[in-house]
Write a protein that binds this ligand. Sequence first.
Ligand code: EPU
Length: 431
Amino acid sequence: MATTRTIRSVEVLRVTGGRRLTGSVTLPGAKNSVLKLMAATLLATGTSTITNVPDILDVEIMAELLRRLGCEVEHDKDRARVQITVPERPDHRADYDLVRRMRASICVLGPLVARVGAADVALPGGDNIGSRGLDMHVDGLRRMGAEVTSEHGYLLAQASERLTGAETWLDFPSVGATETILMAAVLADGTTVIDNAAREPEIIDICTMLQEMGAVIDGVGTSTLTIEGVASLHPVEHATVPDRIVAGTWAVAAVMTQGDVTVRHAHAQHLSIALEKLVTAGADVDILDDGFRVRMGRRPAAVDVVTLPYPGFPTDLQPQFIAMNSVAEGAALVTENLFEARFRFVQELARLGADVRTDGHHALVRGRRALSGAPVEATDIRAGAGLVLAGLVAEGTTTVYGVGHIDRGYAGLVPALVGLGADVERDLVTE
Ligand code: EPU
């Protein structure tokens, strides 16, 4: 039998190592905030505007999801704004084809149940109701009176009447569960308390936007949020908080390349632990009015990190720190407490010659003087960032596959890197 072979082109990043990064970059808004802010617009009929919107693929996916729910969405990339017009009664189904492309689609669950009393949201891959991943979202909605089931790969939530405020406790300060319960509670009847709530800057950002829309929320930025439900909310204009993970990625890039990078439009206080770690590694960090400057004059010293919910060290910077430790002087122990699967990227880093051993939640990284460029595959956004950073210091050229993952979180990465003096380009290869 004849077989056919399809040849297709895929994008790669070619990173040639050895350049010091110097100059300045301006941060975009945070991916992990803007998607939730866009979902939150569902809570009010009319036109809301989100500004400081990063030009990333996930924003496009969220825009498409909102359009399918009946909203009009205009994305003005030049002005970094998204305008969303929400109808009186949005639709309530989030299909698998979008949810599989972006797990964060789950953030429409809370607003839809609160607003239209129903939500059918495809389950993100690998999860099932009550399993690790969504159990706290579901538990919170049930406490407020929603019926939640799972059928044919969809999570079905229904509330025949307005949701009722309730006391909720999270087993773990989950970002997503805090957001789901918060966005449901703002329109519920009565008081909701979320104990052990997440405290990430992105949670503060969404609380602020909800307050601007007329929500009554107490304890913003603490681990106990108290929400007095109101009958309706109104549309707003809100600016997305700057992306602290992109900021941290630039800071590590400066250290690894022994460079001098100023990150503008950053809130350094959102990165305190990560910046302290870079100081321990030997960097000079100056806090500026609108950001910070990182300078490094020598090979970094290895630093241990332990990921924890905010204000702990962010899991989203763990691969970047493993990359840094892989060329540092000495050895470091990196402990991952949120997403164990994040160590998968270590196998790719090993292709560049990194010496990393993992055991459960721990990775032991022994620094090497040099890495050597090779083809590698990014398996998620932050793994992609870690591999690009490693490529910046590896000898020769590193070809990074899986660019789509990087594009989901890093707006304009290549021009920004080139602007700082890196030798990086996008290329097409056939496979
Ligand atoms: N978890 C449960 N049950 C739940 C909810 C969460 O077991 O009901 C578990 C998860 O399985 C995971 C841990 O708790 O092991 C953390 O989950 P969390 O809900 O805090 O994270 P998330 O909302 O799914 C967001 C970011 C992640 C970031 C984490 C932690 C978005 C879209 N994603 O995820 O960002 O790592 O918080 O800060 O906001 C990234 O940007 O690369 C990324 C993965």
